[in-house]
Design a binder for this molecule. Structure first.
Ligand SMILES: Cc1ncc(COP(=O)(O)O)c(C=O)c1O
Length: 433
């Protein structure tokens, strides 16, 4: 155990120093594909090495190959934060190594999960009585929802917006379900009519699309889906967290009608990857779709088996980090960070809107700004390459009506106004080259 203490102290020191100096590292890994592979030993070690050797190689081999998601100027995809309480809770969860296959295999993991997921439900203003549990990712949560929808309806078609996340398409494909993508309106919201729902198992509405953070008309979609006997699943993986702030609840309109809803605390709620919350208003039917208890797991006390709500049997102790984050920040602490992110996004969007050289290409929502430089697609694409190669900021792109557009997403708790200002300066400097 003395090695464990010593190595543990060294690992924690590594983690603390990393977080202190992450800002000095390039945001996007400045390596070529295969560069790290060429430096990693091709065959496994035969003899034991000290843990210190692992830490040394973390610095010497791996560090240059990290894209630093904890960097305050990470603005790509959806920027995230692994907060300190969440990091420490992950260490403890690994220490405890709970494998929550049935209630008795980990009463603590099972009951804490039910309680903290319900805390989040309350903070977001979602309906009482919904059953919530934790999956690894939104891809899995939506997969589970589609399985339940197919089970309940006996139908095999999924309908979503042209802007829905690719995970919906991948899930449908894995399930052998047919996917129909529906066009969006001028504000990038899924259209409510102009298509039939008679043979549809599930309609997937998105609150906060990945490309544009647009918000589908959930209420109208839910009403139409239910009238046609279909299931309504809401993908609020990114933007749902914002509902802890009253002023963002406009985007939750109608979600109380959902049959299921996914939200990722690993996106905008300071919880380290991975943690995806899946609620359902129809827990009995959900359980029917998933329950399969082999003899060796039968017990008299299996009332809370969370494996009955999704694909996995063995379940990680993810609730510990969510619990730690909720307690160590409190709802007010989380709101303050989220409001600052929204303020910074609005500030950046204002600079874009006021400039003669740039344009906003989608209505600014939550903490995402979608914009482009006046000029051709290839000019914008080359600009993105140059700013990311600078290592100073990392942004990503998408396409709108075939045009190449840039995305700046704010979601790291360390991001300050100075970081956003720097992003604007880097973009302008590189555009001027
Ligand atoms: C709206 C939305 N849904 C689903 C996903 C997939 O999330 P995950 O990586 O947790 O599967 C994403 C990822 O960014 C997303 O933005």
């Amino acid at each position: 155990m003395s090695d464990f203490r010593e190595d543990g102290a060294a690992a924690l020191e590594w983690a603390a120093r990393y977080l202190e100096r992450v800002e000095e590292l390039p945001v996007l890994a400045q390596v070529q594909p295969g560069e790290l592979s060429a430096r990693l030993p091709a065959s496994p070690p035969q003899e034991a090495e000290p843990f210190a050797a692992v830490l040394r190689d973390l610095d010497e081999l791996l560090l240059p190959a990290f894209t630093n998601w904890q960097h305050p100027r990470f603005f790509a995809y959806f920027a995230v934060t692994a907060s300190e309480p969440g990091i420490l809770a992950e260490l403890l969860a690994a220490t405890l190594n709970q494998v929550a296959i049935v209630w008795r295999a980990s009463p603590a993991s099972t009951e804490l999960e039910l309680r903290v997921v319900d805390w989040v439900r309350q903070l977001l203003g979602l309906p009482e009585g919904w059953h919530g549990h934790i999956e690894d990712t939104a891809s899995t949560s939506t997969l589970a929802a589609l399985i339940a929808a197919r089970h309940v309806t006996g139908r095999n078609v999924v309908v979503c917006s042209e802007h829905a996340h690719s995970s919906v398409e991948k899930d449908a494909r894995m399930l052998g379900m047919e996917l129909r993508r529906v066009p969006a309106d001028d504000e990038l919201r899924m259209r409510v009519d102009g298509y039939d729902l008679d043979d549809v198992a599930a309609v997937v509405a998105t609150v906060g699309t990945t490309s544009f953070a647009s918000v589908d008309p959930v209420r109208e979609l839910a009403e139409r889906a239910h009238a046609a006997g279909a299931w309504l699943h809401v993908d609020a993986a990114y933007a749902g967290s914002s509902w802890i702030c009253e002023e963002e609840r406009w985007s939750a309109d109608g979600v109380e009608l959902a049959d299921s809803l996914v939200l990722n605390p690993h996106k905008w709620l300071l919880v380290p990857m991975d943690c995806s919350l899946l609620w359902t208003a129809r827990p009995d039917e959900f359980r029917e779709a998933f329950t399969l208890t082999p003899e060796y797991l039968r017990t008299a006390d299996d009332a809370f088996a969370l494996a009955d709500y999704g694909p996995a049997l063995g379940r990680r102790f993810r609730s510990l980090k969510l619990w730690a984050v909720l307690r160590c920040y409190g709802a007010e602490g989380l709101r303050a960070i989220m409001r600052e992110h929204v303020r910074l996004a609005e500030l950046f969007a204002g600079w874009v809107a006021e400039s003669d050289d740039w344009e906003l290409v989608a209505p600014q929502r939550f903490s995402l700004v979608v914009f482009r430089r006046h000029g051709s697609d290839s000019e914008n694409e080359e600009l993105l390459s140059r700013v990311n190669a600078s290592g100073e900021i990392f942004i990503s792109h998408t396409k709108l009506d075939g045009r190449y557009v840039l995305r700046l997403a704010i979601g790291n708790a360390r991001t300050t106004e100075a970081d956003v200002r720097r992003a604007w300066d880097v973009l302008n400097k590189e555009a001027g080259r």
